[in-house]
Design a protein around this ligand. Structure first.
Ligand code: NAP
Length: 249
């Protein structure tokens, strides 16, 4: 069996950087993207890889139950043909700025919840349940410090729906962690983690905020840090920063 990482939301930014570093480290990757025809950087990365077969690219629109199911089926087929899903990273996310509680539309709030909360959880639960004898070691959700309820960032004007969607993600993934532990069997060894990637200079961060963002980092530094954290931390249902500091829920 060949150990494989699944990265969902891999067309650009942090997700693309996960794929880049994993391929550089000699890993096998199944990369999920919203649209195969709008993932040029990922296709180029695969072509430039010394062994392109180590990267499988599949469609996964995280806002579509049908698309998630087809993606899960494809991952299942890959497992049947000899790959083992070792780690899963649910990275896809959106931030439509601003998304204030006093101004948000029904549809924009729903889009934040579908993309940042419901889709990642449904995708993870389908992948986790694929093979009872060989569930993944780590299920990692890319959350945000904005989703912490104990460190409430009331200065983040325009982040209402985004932070609510990440707070809901955090709560649901903690239930996933507890349920897998209770379920027993091999699932009790699956470790569910939430991660804050830092303030990362990606398209998502390319917005004109009304405050100064301190300590911005590049995607390569963020992902290198997160890969170390994913390897080292094994406390299921825990929340970590990219640099290894524990994050309060
Ligand atoms: N950047 C930061 O400072 C920061 C801070 C805290 C947390 N985060 C979190 O980190 C994660 C990655 O963010 P980023 O900074 O890399 O943002 P980004 O550059 O905007 O990339 C977002 C990624 O999510 C994908 N995505 C969005 N909607 C999707 C859908 N419906 N189905 C599948 N994929 C979808 C995008 O695909 P398309 O190319 O198809 O749009 C893209 O690959 C997000 O969950 C974000 O909330 C980022």
């Amino acid at each position: 069996m060949t150990d494989t990482w699944v990265i969902v939301g891999a067309s650009r930014g942090i997700g693309l950087e996960f794929v880049r570093q994993l391929l550089q480290n000699g890993q096998h990757v199944i990369a999920g993207v919203r649209s195969l025809s709008k993932a040029d950087q990922l296709h180029e990365l695969k072509s430039s890889c010394t062994v392109p077969e180590r990267c499988i690219i599949e469609e996964c629109d995280i806002t579509s139950d049908d698309s998630i199911q087809k993606f899960s089926n494809k991952v299942g087929e890959a497992v049947t043909s000899g790959l083992r899903v070792k780690n899963i990273v649910l990275n896809a996310g959106i931030l439509h700025y601003p998304n204030r509680a006093t101004e948000i539309s029904f549809s924009d709030f729903a889009l934040h919840l579908h993309t940042n909360t419901i889709g990642p959880i449904i995708c993870a639960r389908k992948l986790v349940n694929l093979h009872p004898e060989s569930p993944p070691c780590k299920v990692v959700f890319i959350s945000s410090d904005s989703g912490s309820t104990t460190v409430f960032r009331d200065d983040e004007d325009g982040f209402g729906a985004y932070s609510a969607s990440k707070a809901a993600l955090n709560q649901m993934l903690r239930h996933m962690a507890a349920e897998l532990t209770r379920r027993g069997g091999k699932w009790k060894d699956t470790c569910v983690l939430a991660m804050h990637p830092g303030e990362v200079q990606t398209d998502m961060a390319n917005i004109d905020l009304g405050w100064e963002v301190k300590g911005s980092i590049q995607a390569d530094e963020s992902v290198a840090g997160m890969l170390k954290v994913i390897e080292q931390k094994d406390e299921t249902g825990s929340f970590w920063c990219w640099d290894g500091r524990r994050h309060p829920w």
